[in-house]
Design a binder for this molecule. Structure first.
Ligand SMILES: [Zn+2]
Length: 354
């Protein structure tokens, strides 16, 4: 088993402002940690260089008018898509390299170059819509990637599990009416966190009805509750959907140290979640599993450890020695998880058997 790890030094170039939570140190400290732990020299990990997404890649997902606007703003290096998403000079090129990295990583798995892949790119993508961006996102990297492999390989049905702490509003809207991509999102409830969407009642539309699955979780939901969601919601739906490829949008901002969210997942919990994704891919789609980093803002204290856990799990390496970066008392009971599982089963009972 060799994991393709897509990374480029230019992923460090993008900057909103020096104190913005989405800043270059997110990847710098993670790369230092991976180097220190020997992962970058491991025969289980191939470091791969991404190429920018092509014009055809971008037009499969985004409106031409939006692409023109973003490119123009980037050339001038001024303006903002929203209050938290500034358009700095060269963000156009940086976002294209991020989208291209995710697309290359998914393509590597779809074509069998590598059985599994992970891409550590920035800026992120899952809050980008076809015609606009916000939430630190410009281009929808994941949608660009999935549309490329659907157009150019024999992969058709894709199960996308977005476990970032924030709901993937952009990704959901792009695939809402399309049953060929099943979007499942676990996230902190929109009642308590940006972007304020991702409720159980949002199930997709038209031919895509039932192929959007939202599991909004309460603050302090921890490892055990996440694993219950995996067993009771993710695994039954995955088995019935029977995908050709599994893609995990691995936001690491569920970690208990994250400064902008309130969930309670540990680094060891992340390792367990990725192991379950590996098992599901082995069982359902010949092991074809690609994943990307999304959020994660505990820059020194959380992200290097959760990235290490996720990447080691994907590479089939030992994870039991990964330590938690801080002392933590996990929540004794995860508030409301039974209730949300019941609500999802009830709403989706007409589409899926549980
Ligand atoms: Zn996030």
């Amino acid at each position: 088993m060799t994991l393709a790890l897509y990374y480029h030094e230019d992923y460090l170039l993008h900057e909103h402002t020096p104190t913005h939570p989405e800043r270059r140190e997110r990847l710098q400290y993670t790369m230092d940690q991976l180097r220190e732990e020997g992962l970058l020299d491991s025969p289980a990990v191939d470091i791969c260089a991404p190429e920018p997404a092509s014009t055809a890649d971008l037009h499969r997902v985004h409106d031409g008018e939006y692409l023109d606007r973003l490119r123009y703003m980037s050339r001038r290096g001024e303006g903002q898509l929203s209050v938290d998403t500034h358009v700095s000079e060269h963000v156009w090129e940086q976002a294209r390299l991020a989208a291209g990295g995710v697309a290359d990583a998914v393509e590597a798995v779809a074509t069998g170059t590598h059985p599994r892949s992970f891409v550590m790119a920035r800026p992120g993508g899952h809050h980008a819509f076809a015609d606009d961006g916000h939430g630190f996102c410009y281009l929808n990297n994941t949608a660009v990637a999935l549309r490329r492999v659907q157009a150019t390989t024999d992969v058709d049905r894709i199960l996308l599990w977005d476990w970032d702490a924030h709901h993937c509003d952009g990704t959901q809207s792009i695939f809402a009416d399309d049953p060929s991509v099943l979007v499942m999102s676990t996230h902190q409830s929109g009642r308590t966190l940006f972007p304020g969407t991702g409720f159980v009642r949002e199930v997709g539309a038209g031919a895509g009805e039932g192929y959007t699955v939202n599991v909004p979780l309460s603050p302090r939901t921890g490892d055990d509750a996440y694993l219950r969601v995996v067993e009771e919601i993710f695994e039954p739906i995955a088995e019935q959907y029977d995908p050709d490829l599994l893609f995990v949008e691995a936001g690491q901002d569920n970690h208990f140290t994250d400064p902008i969210t309130d969930l309670g997942v540990t680094a060891q919990g992340y390792a367990r979640l990725m192991e379950r994704a590996v098992d599901a891919a082995d069982e359902l789609c010949d092991g074809r599993l690609a994943a990307s980093l999304a959020g994660g803002y505990g820059i020194e204290g959380g992200l290097p450890y959760t990235n290490l856990a996720v990447i080691a799990s994907l590479a089939g390496l030992e994870t039991s020695n990964i330590r938690e970066p801080a002392l933590y008392e996990p929540p004794s009971a995860s508030p409301g998880v039974e209730r949300v599982i019941d609500r999802v089963k009830e709403r989706h009972g007409e589409y899926w058997d549980f």
